[in-house]
Design a protein around this ligand. Structure first.
Ligand code: ATP
Ligand code: MG
Length: 898
């Protein structure tokens, strides 16, 4: 049965049993504790936590998940993908244990021709929490599974909570016995590969008051409403129903593995049996390639771009691991352009948006592979040098500093360093590396901390949020009467803030825009009887709560006090111009470059905006001007800017560019400029008509990482100021070169040519001068013990080239009749140089140019060398050329005497 069919049956089954089908949330979700959605229940968390009332009693979904913790398992077990899909059914205070178990049993054991999955009931092994007699009883008496097939397990395996006080409860997991060829007999507690877990039922039953560890917590009492959360691994069910050994061999994954095997000339499974634990390293690598290519496709599809931190780093690591595995398998060409389309072919059935976005997705992936290939080329050389040096010195461990430098300077991931070093028989000092990494992180953190105020203590914010959400009026008001709900100083609740203190104020209602969606926070003031506060930052530490960071100018301000909150109107006007300007530039960019130039990030503040977008090469000056022109035309056309609220699917149908991280259950806000010309999901503040943006002036374009470019622009008055400054510059230049502005360009070009010609002329003249001088120098030849010696300080401006020409000329003039030595010194660009030449009879007397140059260079604080007949050197001390020649003189005297 195809994976897509398993998914269809799931949704049909639960929909027919009163569940509302809820679409998958994106992998990036609005949850500060999660890198990625890692379970089906994540989007439903607010309901389970009682923060929000669900619209339904029963729901079902097929949720995209990524578990970064499972990266190391990939290919080594049969059942772990980094990306996978979790089918879930959820009950909010509706059915409980018996309902959940009977529903699962029905779906799993109903024959395939009747719409079920048709698993053999005799091979099903449930587990229950050791203390959960109720669940045990249901499996035994209601379902009829014999005692010996029901395993009781402890808290580590069969208890669920969120690691913090809140809901928790026992689980029941469902396993299928795949038979003796997959491992040892004895049930799930003995062998998790033979007995494959495919479904976990969580019974949320208790309120936990303290959680110290996975298996150490206190139960405060029963939850008022008991909930069900289940998760069935779609890929694991596919593994079972397609009769394959592991999840890398199912229809959605295997085609990539197959192609990778063909490209690398490997025969998959040639060395292994059915058990993943005994696989040949090549088979593991092929599975890693297949898994990581698919996960990368899904991650980029949901808006992740490769980077060095957080989500971006996870993606980077997977892309690079895939590429690296292909290399280790013997394939050195770019591999993603071959593999990624194959993954798309399989995944687009369930996720058609991958196909429409594939230009963007593939561009990002291929650019990352290119970047990595360059990194590999340069990093490998450096690593090899470090490895052979370590070996030469008899070491067996590569220094932590080396590994860190490779990581820091060349973007070489540590796992790669470990792998490549071990291929050459070396270990890596991981501790040293980790220490350096930690030091770097601490520095970065200290840096960030000094910039942002501490939001570390989220407990404080959650308590304040529990009082109620902030009535947020940024879209409609600039000035709002309200009341102080809470005050926070250094992360702790306080009753009042005093003059001179800097802390956070939470109000019952506010007109202040909190930093989000790339737009900076509003500035303004909060005033009350006897208190005057300057608002310096506004953030949303938890959903629904606005915290104003203030400096108390006069005070104190107290909890409960009536206040007036006022946004600086000038600031807000400029902020609106900048944010609407960002949308206009984005639309202009896409009009000029095409729809694959999709925004990946943005930032705007009064007067300024920047936009990062997926694109592979620098924009030419013409393209930049064109984008600027299109944007300013849109400003001039006075397009209407409008905001509407709708659901996420409605917004997508409407053609709004989805930014990432929105949740399907909320109303999203779509901003239109000129109707369909620009449609974006956005929570920011905007002007009403595009003409209010004033002007847009693109100031720069640069690269910010592989496949991503950045465009910067000034907006409104700042754009005019920028242009005025450029005009002033032109005016000053015309004054300096004394022409009309229209002739400036030609004049400057002419001047540059003239300067270049003049420089050339000067150097010709100098050469002639040097030659003329040379002739005169012959008169200064002295006799030292029968050796003709000529030393001369040519002074400032004599380059090493000049000196050498002169020395050779002089040697020619002196001839080979008797021994002759010429030593010349000079200074060019502040650096002293020295050249020595000897003729054949001098060399026979044992006078060698190389040795003499070294003597001189030592005085100059440098070094030098050459042959016996001609040598040159230099140093740093330009004041000592005379002394250097003196030393040469002494040395010649000694050599001539000897
Ligand atoms: P395991 O112990 O096998 O790692 P788990 O206990 O971490 O599984 P749960 O957190 O209970 O799994 O997730 C619910 C279901 O999601 C599992 O029963 C399984 O079918 C599926 N699942 C979990 N992790 C993965 C993964 N990395 N790849 C594919 N499916 C997974
Ligand atoms: Mg797991």
């Amino acid at each position: 049965m195809e994976t897509a069919e398993i998914r269809r049956r799931w949704l049909t089954f639960f929909e027919a049993r009163g569940h509302t089908v809820v679409p998958s949330a994106p992998l990036i979700y609005d949850d500060p504790n999660l890198l990625f959605v890692n379970a089906g229940m994540v989007p439903f968390k607010p309901y389970f936590l009682g923060q929000q009332a669900p619209q339904w009693d029963r729901a079902t979904s097929v949720q995209k998940c990524v578990r970064t913790g499972d990266i190391e398992e990939v290919g080594k077990t049969s059942r772990h993908g980094t990306f996978f899909q979790m089918n879930g059914n959820f009950s909010f205070g509706d059915y409980f244990k018996e309902g959940a178990i009977t529903l699962a049993w029905e779906l799993v054991t109903t024959p395939q021709d009747q719409g079920g999955y048709g698993l053999d009931p005799e091979k099903i092994w449930p587990t229950v929490y050791e203390g959960d007699d109720e669940a045990h009883d249901i499996w035994k008496r209601v379902i009829g599974i014999p005692d010996q097939r029901i395993t009781r397990r402890g808290k580590l395996d069969n208890y669920w909570h969120m690691g913090v006080p809140g809901p928790g409860g026992p689980c029941s997991e469902i396993y299928l016995d795949r038979g003796p060829e997959y491992g040892r007999e004895g049930g799930p507690a003995v062998d998790e590969d033979r007995y494959l877990e495919f479904w976990n039922l969580v019974f949320m039953q208790y309120e936990l008051s303290a959680v110290r560890a996975k298996d150490d917590f206190d139960i405060a009492g029963d939850l008022p409403k008991k909930n069900i959360d289940t998760g069935m691994g779609l890929e694991r069910m596919a593994t079972l129903l397609q009769g394959v050994d592991n999840l890398y061999e199912i229809d959605e994954v295997y085609p990539v593995l197959d192609l990778a095997a063909e490209l690398t000339g490997k025969k998959y499974g040639a060395h292994s049996g059915h058990e993943a634990a005994h696989s040949h390293p090549d088979d593991v690598r092929l599975r890693v390639v297949a898994d990581h290519v698919r996960s990368s496709l899904m991650l980029i599809g949901d808006g992740v771009t490769p980077g060095n931190e957080g989500r971006g780093y996870v993606l980077r690591r997977m892309l690079r691991r895939a590429v690296r595995s292909m290399r280790l398998l013997g394939f050195d060409e770019p591999s993603l352009p071959l593999l990624l389309p194959v993954s798309l072919e399989r995944m687009k059935q369930s996720y058609p948006e991958l196909e429409t976005g594939f230009d963007r997705i593939s561009q990002i992936a291929y650019a990352e592979e290119e970047a990595f290939r360059r990194t590999l080329a340069s990093g490998t050389t450096i690593l090899d040098t470090a490895v052979s040096r370590t070996k030469q010195q008899g070491g067996r461990v590569l220094a932590g500093e080396q590994a860190f430098a490779l990581h820091d300077t060349y973007g070489f991931p540590i796992d790669l360093t470990l792998e490549m070093a071990s291929e050459q028989g070396l270990e890596v000092d991981r501790e040293g590396f980790t220490r350096l990494m930690q030091e770097q992180r601490d520095r970065a953190k200290a840096d960030a901390r000094s910039k942002k105020h501490a939001h570390a203590n989220t407990e404080v914010w959650r308590d304040l949020r529990a009082v109620g959400a902030t009535d947020w009026r940024a879209y409609s008001e600039l000035s709002t009467q309200g009341r102080v709900v809470g005050l926070v100083l250094d992360g702790e609740r306080v009753e009042e803030l005093e003059p001179g203190q800097r802390g956070q104020v939470v109000l019952d209602r506010t007109p202040f825009y909190a930093e989000s969606g790339g737009q900076v926070a509003d500035e303004g003031v909060i005033t009350a009887d006897g208190a005057h506060l300057k608002v310096v930052d506004v953030q949303r530490p938890v959903k629904g709560l606005v915290a104003h960071t203030v400096e108390v100018l006069t005070g104190p301000v107290r909890t409960g006090q009536e206040i007036l909150a006022e946004v600086d109107p000038q600031w807000r006007v400029s902020a609106c111009q900048a944010h609407s300007g960002t949308h206009v530039v984005h639309a202009a960019l896409r009009q000029v470059l095409g729809p694959s130039a999709l925004q990946s990030g943005s930032y705007n503040k009064p007067g300024y905006l920047r936009l990062d977008f997926a694109w592979n090469q620098a924009l030419s000056r013409e393209t930049r001007s064109e984008i600027e022109e299109v944007a300013n035309l849109a400003v001039r056309q006075d397009l209407t800017v409008s905001a509407q609220f709708m659901t996420l699917p409605e917004a997508r149908d409407f053609g709004a560019l989805a930014l990432f991280g929105e949740t399907y259950d909320e109303q999203v806000r779509v901003i239109e400029i000129g109707g369909p010309w620009s449609r974006e999901l956005c929570g920011g503040t905007h002007v009403q008509h595009s003409s209010q943006i004033g002007a847009l002036s693109v100031t720069g374009e640069s690269s910010v990482g592989s496949g991503v470019r950045r465009l910067e622009a000034f907006v409104g008055m700042e754009a005019l100021r920028f242009l005025a400054k450029e005009r002033a510059l032109v005016a000053e230049l015309t004054e300096i070169v004394n022409v009309q502005p229209g002739e400036l360009k030609e004049r400057v070009a002419a001047l540059v040519t003239r300067v270049r010609d003049a420089e050339r002329e000067i150097s010709t003249m100098r050469r002639e001068q040097v030659q003329a001088q040379t002739g005169q120098l012959v008169e200064y030849v002295r006799d030292v013990n029968g050796v003709r010696v000529l030393t001369h300080d040519a002074g400032e401006g004599a380059s090493p080239d000049d000196l050498r020409t002169m020395a050779l000329d002089l040697r020619g003039r002196l001839g080979d009749g008797s021994p002759a030595v010429i030593a010349l010194a000079g200074v060019a660009k502040g650096r002293p140089g020295v050249v020595v030449a000897t003729n054949a009879p001098a060399r026979e007397r044992g006078i060698k140019a190389g040795a003499l140059v070294r003597t001189a260079a030592q005085v100059l604080g440098g070094g030098g060398g050459g042959k016996d007949d001609l040598a040159q050197g230099g140093g740093t001390d330009a004041a000592r050329t005379g002394d250097a020649l003196g030393q040469v003189d002494v040395a010649i005297r000694e050599a001539a005497a000897g």
